[in-house]
Structure formats: structure tokens, C-alpha cells
Design a protein around this ligand. Structure first.
Ligand code: AMP
Ligand code: MN
Ligand code: MN
Length: 335
């Protein structure tokens, strides 16, 4: 469902009332989180607003796929974000804890505008623009720009396109509606280099990543009986993998995209050891018969129906046992 008309009016009112805004997105920002945030950030700066944008990841680094995006100069480290912002606008973030080191700015801000599309969104803003039918948060941002009467320039279209291709898996996933393609056409018409944007996102691995991917795939485990007979495929990314290749956790998000292609399994999972806190970051994907968003929700995480995650302080065996149990109990959806 799209956001209510009253929420759109309130959101437009908030953005008109402030001449200084703070923008934030979820930790470990992906193309939609970063793209949505930079797109609105550029548009607001172009109209004369002071904009500071950030995300609460340690270390504070933009993943290589997005280092070519316009608007990165709006980014400042968490320490330079005011402790009590006037207007705080939050992108692609279903709950406060997903803001990491910026979570404490939410209760401190005078106004909080949440722009998102997660089904699991907890509506933690004073105004919430949450459209659970939107293919990406970037789609909601474009509607907001239109309602604000701000032009969709090529500089803004590039990060919007980044959000759109990231969250639709290059227009492959369910939810890629005619409107998504119409928006893509509108973005391309601004003259953006969609080929270079896609290359930066999808075809931009370091050699170390190719080696890590090989190692992770080589030790993947297929459990045909799991998920009540629909099958589970899982693997791990260890500290040793990251050390051997010099990669950060944010560099290995794509491992799940390869593991999930195994047709023998309905559900895929990648358990990544986070060297920063020792916890496991678990990514899950389903092909459409299981709501992994609900499964991960029951394990303290969240996400979308077919792409979701959770974090676990348990070890690999314990975490897998919890995941197997939750998957075995999950209802099967009609595909
Ligand atoms: P990932 O597997 O990290 O690409 O995440 C897939 C989806 O699940 C994204 O929409 C994330 O926002 C969401 N997600 C991942 N981890 C968590 C978590 N710990 N809590 C809530 N949502 C999560
Ligand atoms: Mn995201
Ligand atoms: Mn998103």
C-alpha cells in the first residue's frame, strides 16, 4: 500500500519548513539506501537547503560499487552529525536499530521523516512515507520529488537508478511492475550512463572477491530435506576469508546472489562473521515459496518476503539450528 495522502502532505510540509536537514540510511548501505539518500540530498541542496548525510557503519566507507555516484560530497562521518537534528530524514530503514551508530539521533531529533518500503517497517518517524508495494525506496523518493516540484536531473537520476536496479535485481524480481520500467525509462531519458552504473554494481569484483566466492561456494552445503523438503543451501564467510583477501564485510554481500542460484534449494543462506563485533550476519533468500522476511523476523531480524536477514550472537551450528527450525515451520506460499 502506498503512503496515505495525509502523510505525503506532512512530508512535503516538513521539507518546506526546514532549511537544514540531516539524512541517514541503514548500516552497510546498499544501492537503494545510499541511492535514495543521495538523490533527495542532491535535490534539496540544489534548492538551497543545507544537507548532511551519513550512515552508522564502522568503518565509515562507501562500498566500491557506489563510489562513482554523484552527491557523495554530502556524506559526513557520524561524529559530524548533530546530536539533536532539527529534521532527520531516514531512508530504506525498517527499524531504529538498523541505523547503528546513528540510532540515538532518532529520539533526539525534533522531526523524523521515514521514507521506506520494508513490510517490516515499524513506523518510527513523526511522519512515515512507507510504501510496501514500492520496488525500492528510490521509487518513493521520486514521487516525493515530484510532489515537491523539484526537477529530476541526471545527477539525481543516477542514484535513483542505482536504487532501482539494486532492489529489483536488474529488473528480475517479482515487483518489477510496468511502473518500474516506466520510471527506468524516465531516468534513462535524463541521459544517465546506465551501462556504467550497472557495471559498477554488478561487474566490479576484485580478484580477491572472485577467490573468496570460490572458497565460499566450494564449502556450501545442500540440505534437501530442510524447509520441509523444499531444500536449503547455505555457506559461510569467515574471518580467515576476509583476512586472506583483504575484503570487508560490505564487499561480500554478493555471495548470496550466487549461492541462491542452486535450483535444488528453495532457500539460500550465507552466514558472515563480522570481525567488528564477532556476531554472525545472516543473509537469506527464497525463490518465492517461503516468506524469509517472516522467518528472519522471528529470529530478531527482518527484511522483505524473499530477501531478508538477521544477526546472531550464537555460533554457526547454533544459528543454523535456529534457522532450520524456523524454516521447517514456515508456511509454503503459492508461487
Ligand atoms: P541482505 O541479506 O543483507 O542483503 O539483506 C536483505 C534484506 O534484509 C534487506 O532488505 C535488509 O534491509 C534486510 N535485513 C538484513 N539484515 C537485517 C537485520 N539484521 N534486521 C532487519 N533487516 C535486515
Ligand atoms: Mn536496503
Ligand atoms: Mn530497499
Amino acid at each position: 500500500m502506498s503512503a496515505a495522502e495525509a502523510d505525503w502532505t506532512s512530508a512535503v510540509g516538513l521539507l518546506a519548513a526546514y532549511d537544514e536537514v540531516v539524512l541517514a540510511c541503514h548500516v552497510g548501505p546498499d544501492g537503494d539506501a545510499l541511492g535514495s539518500m543521495l538523490a533527495l540530498g542532491i535535490a534539496l541542496r540544489d534548492r538551497g537547503t543545507k544537507v548532511r548525510a551519513s550512515f552508522g557503519s564502522e568503518p565509515f566507507e562507501v562500498p566500491a560499487a557506489y563510489t562513482g555516484l554523484p552527491g557523495l560530497d554530502l556524506l559526513v562521518p557520524v561524529a559530524q552529525i548533530p546530536e539533536a537534528p532539527g529534521l532527520l530524514v531516514i531512508f530504506d530503514t525498517g527499524s531504529i536499530d538498523r541505523l547503528g551508530a546513528l540510532a540515538d539521533r532518532v529520539p533526539a531529533a525534533a522531526d523524523v521523516l521515514v521514507i521506506d518500503h520494508h513490510v517490516s517497517n515499524t513506523r518510527f518517524g513523526t511522519v512515515n512515507l512507507v510504501d510496501v508495494d514500492a520496488a525500492a525506496t528510490a521509487v518513493v523518493v521520486v514521487e516525493l520529488l515530484d510532489r515537491l516540484g523539484l526537477p529530476l536531473t541526471a545527477e539525481i537520476a543516477a542514484p535513483v537508478y542505482t536504487g532501482l536496479v539494486t532492489d529489483t535485481g536488474s529488473f528480475k524480481y517479482a515487483g518489477t511492475t510496468p511502473a518500474v520500467h516506466e520510471l527506468a525509462a524516465r531516468l534513462l531519458a535524463t541521459g544517465i550512463r546506465h551501462d556504467l552504473i550497472s557495471r559498477d554494481i554488478w561487474d566490479n569484483a576484485s580478484f580477491g572477491y572472485v577467490q573468496l566466492l570460490g572458497a565460499a561456494c566450494a564449502r556450501a552445503v545442500l540440505e534437501p530435506a530442510a524447509v520441509a523438503g523444499l531444500g536449503l543451501v547455505w555457506t559461510t564467510v569467515t574471518d580467515a576469508d576476509l583476512t586472506a583477501t583483504g575484503l570487508a564485510l560490505s564487499d561480500v554481500e554478493g555471495v548470496i546472489d550466487v549461492v541462491r542460484t542452486a535450483r535444488e534449494a528453495e532457500v539460500a543462506a550465507v552466514l558472515k562473521h563480522d570481525p567488528a563485533d564477532g556476531w554472525l550476519k545472516v543473509s537469506t533468500r527464497s525463490k518465492g515459496a517461503v516468506d524469509v522476511g517472516a522467518v528472519c523476523g522471528s529470529l530478531g531480524g527482518g527484511g522483505h518476503r524473499f530477501a531478508a536477514g538477521f544477526t546472531s550472537g550464537d555460533d554457526i551450528d547454533g544459528t543454523l539450528d535456529q534457522l532450520r527450525a524456523a524454516l521447517a515451520a514456515a508456511p509454503h506460499l503459492p508461487v
